[in-house]
Ligand binder design. Structure first.
Ligand SMILES: Cc1cc2nc3c(=O)[nH]c(=O)nc-3n(C[C@H](O)[C@H](O)[C@H](O)COP(=O)(O)OP(=O)(O)OC[C@H]3O[C@@H](n4cnc5c(N)ncnc54)[C@H](O)[C@@H]3O)c2cc1C
Length: 486
């Protein structure tokens, strides 16, 4: 058993950003446990061809660690991963990272007022746990009948099999979300045939990725304020999108719809294909996507867009809900992640032996400020329920949580304070107001099923307001909203 002041679980942007702040606060006795064999989280796991961010990295990066060297406005996964390594060096947190440490249980002990975490055959104990395991880290694999009997290769986009050569293969891609639209154009030129099974065609607007010139990079290095102004411009542009989603921006919605439909028309001359690719739900109900090469790749002769979900698999075929069986060698699941009912809740056991997954099953997935849950003292989730975004950079939300948790830790270091636990009534009121806002949003009323919603149709994932309001909410820890024990 090893004892620490803080245990952080997860070494993605959240866990690493938190680690940097702990060092800045002078808290050096902490570890960051990650189940993977390296840091990076999302950017370690999603290495599929074409993987890149869809918020320009001038903003999709820490405000306290600007990178003047981005080579493109939407850099690739490898460049983002390198940036994360660079942050680890800059803030000297490498020595705190423990890889191949999957936490299978974190249990609160009310007698000792400490958490005990089981990982890699060891027990890590601490009064405070920061749970930063990500909202999009568990691949969602639908239970398709017959998939287990399929004799070809099957893999998820977040577990790309780089050793498997797709050249000349008949490939079935399931899904048309943010990952599929990035990898389909990359694999289309090499495969023999590509069947793209779609449930619903996404709304797509131009991406306009471009190289960052060496002159601009020099400017960013010499005059960092210019990069900060660039960040601000991107932030405001994305922030304006919110009105498209929460129902007050009819004019702006019209602009987005026109841009998307013009893009489709310009890139897909064939009318019948265009019909298949025309979205049938309200814009924004699912994530609005950015791409310049997805539509052109679908117009190639070796691609068939199957406008029918997958029904089942046989040993060598994929069978669509159109009743047609298509022979394939490999199935690539671009089926997204388990987000609305997060699987990590299985691992967390709070006061009186309550398991977070059971608590959420009974009461619905919720937290206060996306971080604290009643019954789970001194536990801080990062990007927990309703803290994900559909319209702006997640790093902004992550930094808000870093501020909040740092402020809570400072409070916990005061003499006579040993535990804080959010009051049930505070959590309840917070979520009532959140759900009231979500009720009439496009995410709930927009006529689509999405990963934002749980099995009851409740949105448990998205922050439904301006991100600066989340920043205001999390600016400092408010002890009055918590039961404080000595
Ligand atoms: C393909 C893809 C593209 C994206 N692009 C963007 C984008 O352009 N802009 C944007 O704002 N957001 C984007 N996102 C969202 C992205 O997930 C967040 O921006 C951010 O990277 C989340 O960081 P995180 O540290 O919270 O979680 P993650 O990056 O998911 O890291 C969580 C870590 O926790 C570890 N972990 C999980 N369970 C355990 C356990 N039980 N024990 C120990 N360790 C565990 C995992 O191994 C992982 O390393 C994208 C997501 C995906 C999947």
């Amino acid at each position: 058993m090893t004892s620490h002041d803080v245990v952080v679980v997860g070494a993605g942007f959240s866990g690493l950003g938190m680690a940097a702040r702990l060092r800045q606060m002078g808290i050096d006795d902490f570890v960051v446990l990650d189940r993977g064999n390296d840091l990076g989280g999302t950017w370690r796991d999603n290495s599929y061809p074409g993987a890149a961010c869809d918020v320009p990295s001038n903003l999709y990066s820490f405000s306290f660690a600007l990178n003047p060297n981005w080579t493109r406005s939407f850099p690739s996964q490898t460049e983002i991963w390198d940036y994360m390594r660079d942050c680890v060096d800059r803030f000297d947190v490498g020595g705190h990272l423990r890889f191949n440490h999957a936490v299978d249980e974190a249990r609160w002990d009310d007698d000792t007022q400490r958490w005990a975490l089981r990982a890699a055959g060891n027990v890590y104990e601490a009064p405070v746990v920061v749970w930063a395991t990500g909202s999009l880290s568990e691949p969602s694999i639908p239970a398709f009948p017959g998939l287990a009997d399929f004799r070809g290769k099957v893999f998820h986009s977040a577990r790309w099999e780089h050793g498997y050569d797709l050249t000349g293969k008949r490939v079935c891609v399931v899904g048309t979300g943010a990952s599929a639209i990035q990898f389909v154009p990359q694999i289309q030129p090499v495969v023999e045939h590509l069947y793209l099974h779609q449930r619903t065609p996404p709304w797509i607007v131009p991406r306009r990725d471009r190289k960052v010139s060496s002159l601009r990079r020099l400017l960013y290095r010499r005059l960092p304020v210019t990069q900060r102004l660039g960040r601000l411009r991107i932030y405001l542009t994305f922030e304006f999108l919110l009105s498209v989603f929460i129902g007050k921006g009819e004019r702006r919605k019209g602009v987005v719809i026109k841009r998307a439909l013009d893009h489709l028309k310009a890139q897909v001359p064939d009318e019948s294909l265009r019909k298949k690719l025309t979205p049938r739900y309200e814009v924004g109900c699912k994530r609005l996507l950015l791409s310049d090469d997805y539509y052109p790749s679908l117009a190639q002769p070796n691609v068939e867009v199957v406008d029918a979900p997958v029904a089942s698999f046989t040993a060598h075929e994929v069978v669509g809900q159109d009743g047609i069986a298509r022979p394939v060698d490999v199935v690539i699941l671009g089926t997204g992640f388990e987000a609305a009912e997060p699987p990590y809740a299985e691992h967390i056991v709070g006061r009186d032996g309550i398991r977070l997954s059971e608590w959420w099953k009974a009461n619905g997935v919720e937290a206060y400020a996306g971080s604290s849950v009643a019954g789970f003292p001194n536990l801080f989730l990062m990007i927990g329920p309703n803290a994900t975004l559909a319209h702006n950079s997640m790093i902004y939300m992550i930094e808000s949580h870093i501020n909040y948790i740092a402020s809570a830790l400072a409070f916990l270091r005061r003499p006579g304070v040993s535990t804080v636990e959010v009051k049930p009534v505070v959590q309840e009121r917070f979520n009532e107001s959140l759900q009231a806002k979500l009720e009439h949003s496009v995410w709930v009323e927009g006529g689509c099923g999405s990963w934002y919603l749980d099995h009851r149709g409740r949105n448990t994932t998205l922050w439904p307001d301006h991100t600066w309001k989340f920043r205001r909410l999390t600016r400092r820890f408010r002890p009055a909203q918590y039961t404080v024990r000595a």
